[in-house]
Design a protein around this ligand. Sequence first.
Ligand SMILES: Nc1ncnc2c1ncn2[C@@H]1O[C@H](COP(=O)(O)OP(=O)(O)OP(=O)(O)O)[C@@H](O)[C@H]1O
Ligand SMILES: [Mg+2]
Length: 408
Amino acid sequence: MALVLVLDDVTNEELNRQVNDRRNRLDALGELTGGIAHDINNLLASLLYAVDLAGTATTSEHQARFLGIATTTINRGRQLTTRLLAFAKRQPGFAMAKPVRETLTEFHDLIRPMLETRIEIQVQEADPDLLVYCDPAQLETALMNLVLNSRDAIMSSGHGTRITLKARPVAAPQDRPGAKSRNDDKGLGTSAANANHRYVELSVTDDGPGMNNATLIRCTDPFFTTKDANSGTGLGLSMVYGFARHSNGDLRVYSQPDGGTTVQLTLPRGSDLSLPKAAAPDTPLEKGAGETILLAEDEPDLRQMTRDMLVTLGYQVLPVGSAQQALELLQDSNPFDLLLTDVVMPGSIGGFELASRIRQVHPGMPVIYTSGFTGYTPDEMGPVTAPLLQKPVHPRDLAAALAAALRD
Ligand SMILES: Nc1ncnc2c1ncn2[C@@H]1O[C@H](COP(=O)(O)OP(=O)(O)OP(=O)(O)O)[C@@H](O)[C@H]1O
Ligand SMILES: [Mg+2]
């Protein structure tokens, strides 16, 4: 028996590949940083003008108008940081329940003009009661990435004419043979903890050229693209994957050469309870009746401003800078009516744990969490599931949340 062993030195090739990879990543990072700096500069410029003009305004009407512009600018900045955090995979954005049917209709109106007339887009009508729980803006971006991928594949190959969007409720992310999922090893949907979760499966199918196995395996990798340098960054599917994972969902890709492609995005199903109850902008702020709020916030300026805001709203405040201090107050048996706590605080005890310790002493104590990140699951909250307000919290939302929690 003869054995032939072929040794090929790929060290240099591998080194070149790594250098190239790194260069591409740095280029993309540079572009991203430049884009962010540019956006922040614009926001700062309008904020500077607005505040300056409000300071010198001669009538209260003018002043209110400039302060209004400042508030709008701050909200734009808030949206920007939310998107960036979502991109950095730190949080799922502003998660809310939204009817899938509405999402798909709006999306269809948005995408149709972007597609060539030879491409037919079909959106299957979804059950009007089916809600999906995620950040709707990110979902729209994700669907757009998927549909544009299908369009690019169809147009560049000349193969295929149709893109179909469907939605259906599923018990858990569904496996079909031949799936490419980066979640396979994580067992999402099969573990006992997730067995009762309800999901919505949104799928985008095209009858385009499909992918060969080598492409399929890498398609969700960041910076992987088969497009030329000017038309693809290779971040589309990896962003959709990041969005799915951080919304507690999953992404699966099915494709074969000449067999078209289906991408399945599975997201948590929403309930009526998770539909946001937005306070109308003109309604007066809901005031307190002298109730005492235990306020735990480690950032001193924010603690002071929140305290002032609570006093303006008609509450008394016990401000503390850490969970430890809050627990000390508890030992001194200071009476209070509600705990308003930051989630992440220095020391070993965070907001969730603080709430649970306080409930051990005061069962039924109303709790409201505030955090820079949204999207904590009830599992992460531990024993005390309570409303979570995202910082910066608008005074109207804070007033409404306090009034509701004290009423319940
Ligand atoms: N529907 C599809 N049909 C065929 N190939 C696809 C499809 N969707 C994705 N791919 C393949 O997966 C690769 C990665 O897709 P991804 O969306 O991550 O990046 P991209 O589209 O190349 O660039 P970007 O989205 O950043 O502009 C694509 O370059 C393409 O080869
Ligand atoms: Mg893409």
